[in-house]
Every structure is written in structure tokens, then in C-alpha cells.
Design a protein around this ligand. Structure first.
Ligand code: NAD
Length: 358
């Protein structure tokens, strides 16, 4: 039985990944979820798996060396899938320090402890792997043409992407220096259920349902390449199993959209999904859109060239954007309580600072 240490498994992609892995492998795997539950971590995302005998939750901070060491001493970990991160660009612009601590130092501590337990007389034991979950944002920004390939030089612009790039470089260094078995995946923007509503899609859905402004940075024409979260999970699973040691894999589905178009898609979809007698339907229209001062250093366009993962690992996204986005919006509509729980308290303070006070 293969044992996975998933860091950040209570966050958006990590919780989707844990659910994906249990759907696929059921009792044939064991998962240890290490997450310190920041504002973005939520155990409600894992309701369906909590009672499994082959699932363990450990509330630990990845920057706490002793706690990470204890996990490795108690379990024979085969694979680390490292999602845990401070992940929101806007927060990194306001307070970069936490990003360096978790994303850089946390990654180095995980690498170090994994090396301690996996290395034997200078050789790594068979079947071990460290997967660094990274982002296309480390490549910087594109103009109208071109795509990020695995050979594109790293050129991050925000404190968030700089901290992810630094972490990637450490992972590469552990491969180059110690021959540690690693892969780095760099995925485009994900969307799906359980995403914290500071990110574009759930933010717009939530605000539209509440009849609040839909704040759009700058001219709204920044482009992101959107991928349904399960397609990302499938790609990670393939990289774990078949990725060539030491290699980087870009993950993206050629699905570029301007931010303003995403917002219009959400407005239309909500209007279609809500019944005529739902009072919220009346106020959901394009009049809610409000252009706000652009994000500092806002990258213009991200777009992934996924040729390598397609050719080497036979990966292709399975979910058409229209299907995925409708499913996602339906999910947020059906899970109002989840949304209420995550938008109470601390979120209100953050929202006021970001969008009301500016
Ligand atoms: P998220 O913010 O939803 O979740 C992050 C999780 O990490 C949370 O559960 C949080 O509690 C946990 N965490 C944070 N600091 C920690 C610490 N010090 N110790 C232990 N746990 C900690 O993030 P996400 O959107 O799910 O992203 C997951 C990973 O995927 C990140 O590494 C991110 O850079 C990468 N990524 C995200 C996207 C995207 O579109 N969301 C795209 C590409 C790559």
C-alpha cells in the first residue's frame, strides 16, 4: 500500500486531490493530510473522507521541523505531494513575509526531512517521490502571443510567484545536488468546488448572489488559462506514477479567458440556473460589474503549452469549460452553508480592506 503525505490537503486543490485519489484508489492507498488550517484551510472540504481508516489528518505547520519529522518517523511515507502554500497574490502584495516563510522555508524543511528518511548510504530508496505543486505564475507575464513551456525562464513578478519560484529552485537543487527523486508541476488557474472566495470565480459567484459589486481589476482584459481542478488532479497522479525524475511538467488546457468574460459567463450562468421566483435573480446583471484600480504589477496574460505532459504522459483535460463552470456554479449554489461559513468572521475584515477601503 502506497502512503502519501499531502500537505495543504484542507485547501482548495489539496482537498479535491484527496477526494480524487480515494475515488480512484479507494482502500489501496493511505493518505496523511498535513495542514495547519490557515484561513484557507477548511476541514469541511473533506467531510466525505474523514471517517476512512486509511486517512489521517495532522494539524501541523510545515515550517515546524519537529512536527514534520514526527510524521515521517511514524509513517513510511512513499510520496510527498506538496500543496501547502500561502496562495493569494493580493495578500502577498500586502504582507509578503508569510509567503516566504511557508512557501520557501516550509518547502525546504519538507525536502530536508524527506531526504533524511528516504536516503540510505547516499542513495534514495526505491519508489520515493517528492512532487512540488507549482504554478504558471513563476514564468511571469506574456503579451498577446506565445506560451509558457518548461524551458521558459522563471521570471516571477509578485511576492507570491517569487516565493513559489524560490521553492521550485530549492526542489531542483535537491535533485541536482542529492539526486532526490522529484517532479515539479506548474499548472494554470484552477476552478471547481471548495475554492476560497477570495479567488476570482467564487468571489464573483458569491458577490453576485449577494447583490454586491463585482470588482474587476484594471480594464478586465487580463487573461488566465483556466483548468477544471479534477483535470489538474489527474495530471498530478500521472506525474507521480510516470513523470521522469527531475523533470518539470506544465499543466494547462488551452482555455484562455479574459477576466471580464469569466465574469459575464458567471452572470449568465447564474441567471440560467436560478429559478424565476428566486429573489436573487432580479439583481444579477452586468450593472453589478465595477472596474477597480488595477492590481500592482498585474501580469497581463498566462498561457500554458501542455505539449510535454500530453506527449510523455498521455494527459489531456477531460472537462470542457462550459461543463466545468456550470457544475462549479451549481456547486456553490447548492452549498450556501459552506459559503456562509467561510465568508463570516475573518473574511469580512479582509474583504473590507481589499475592496471597500482599497
Ligand atoms: P489554498 O490557499 O486553497 O490552500 C492552501 C492550503 O495550505 C490551506 O489548506 C492552508 O491551510 C494550507 N497551509 C498554508 N500554510 C501552511 C503551513 N505553513 N503549514 C501547513 N499548511 C499550510 O491553495 P490552493 O489554491 O489549493 O493551491 C494549492 C497549491 O497549488 C499551492 O501550492 C498553489 O501555489 C498551487 N497552485 C494553485 C493554483 C490555483 O489556481 N489555485 C494553480 C496552480 C498552482
Amino acid at each position: 500500500m502506497k502512503t502519501y503525505l499531502i500537505t495543504g490537503g484542507a485547501g482548495f486543490i489539496g482537498s479535491n486531490f484527496i477526494q480524487y485519489m480515494f475515488r480512484k484508489y479507494d482502500k489501496d492507498i493511505k493518505i496523511i493530510n498535513a495542514d495547519c488550517l490557515t484561513y484557507a484551510g477548511n476541514l469541511e472540504n473533506l467531510k466525505g473522507v474523514e471517517d476512512r481508516r486509511n486517512y489521517i489528518f495532522e494539524r501541523v505547520d510545515i515550517t515546524n521541523r519537529d512536527d514534520i519529522d514526527t510524521i515521517f518517523s511514524q509513517h513510511e511515507i512513499d510520496c510527498v505531494v506538496h500543496f501547502a502554500a500561502e496562495s493569494h497574490v493580493d495578500r502577498s502584495i500586502k504582507s509578503p513575509e508569510a509567503f516566504v516563510k511557508t512557501n520557501v522555508l516550509g518547502t525546504q524543511i519538507l525536502l530536508d526531512i524527506a531526504k533524511k528518511y528516504w536516503e540510505d548510504k547516499g542513495e534514495f530508496k526505491e519508489g520515493k517521490k517528492f512532487i512540488q505543486i507549482s504554478t504558471d505564475e513563476v514564468y511571469g507575464s506574456l503579451e498577446e502571443n506565445g506560451y509558457f513551456t518548461e524551458n521558459t525562464p522563471v521570471d516571477p513578478h509578485s511576492p507570491y510567484s517569487a516565493s513559489k519560484a524560490a521553492a521550485d529552485m530549492l526542489v531542483k537543487a535537491y535533485y541536482d545536488t542529492y539526486k532526490m527523486p522529484v517532479n515539479i508541476t506548474r499548472c494554470s488557474n484552477n476552478y471547481g468546488a471548495y475554492q476560497f472566495p477570495e479567488k476570482l470565480i467564487p468571489l464573483m459567484i458569491n458577490n453576485a448572489l449577494e447583490g454586491e459589486d463585482l470588482p474587476i481589476y484594471g480594464d478586465g482584459k487580463n487573461i488566465r488559462d483556466w483548468l477544471y481542478v479534477d483535470d489538474h488532479c489527474k495530471a498530478i497522479d500521472l506525474v507521480i506514477k510516470q513523470g521522469k525524475i527531475g523533470e518539470v511538467y506544465n499543466i494547462g488546457g488551452h482555455n484562455e479567458k479574459q477576466n471580464i468574460d469569466i465574469v459575464k459567463i458567471i452572470i449568465n450562468a447564474l441567471r440560467n440556473l436560478l429559478s424565476d421566483d428566486d429573489y436573487r435573480k432580479e439583481h444579477i446583471n452586468e450593472n453589478l460589474i465595477k472596474y477597480v484600480k488595477d492590481r500592482k504589477g498585474h501580469d497581463r496574460r498566462y498561457a500554458i503549452d501542455p505539449t510535454k505532459i500530453k506527449n510523455q504522459l498521455d494527459w489531456e483535460p477531460e472537462t470542457k469549460f462550459e461543463e466545468g463552470i456550470n457544475y462549479t456554479i451549481r456547486w456553490y449554489l447548492d452549498n450556501g452553508e459552506w459559503m456562509n461559513n467561510v465568508t463570516s468572521g475573518e473574511y469580512q475584515k479582509y474583504y473590507t480592506e481589499m475592496y471597500v477601503e482599497g
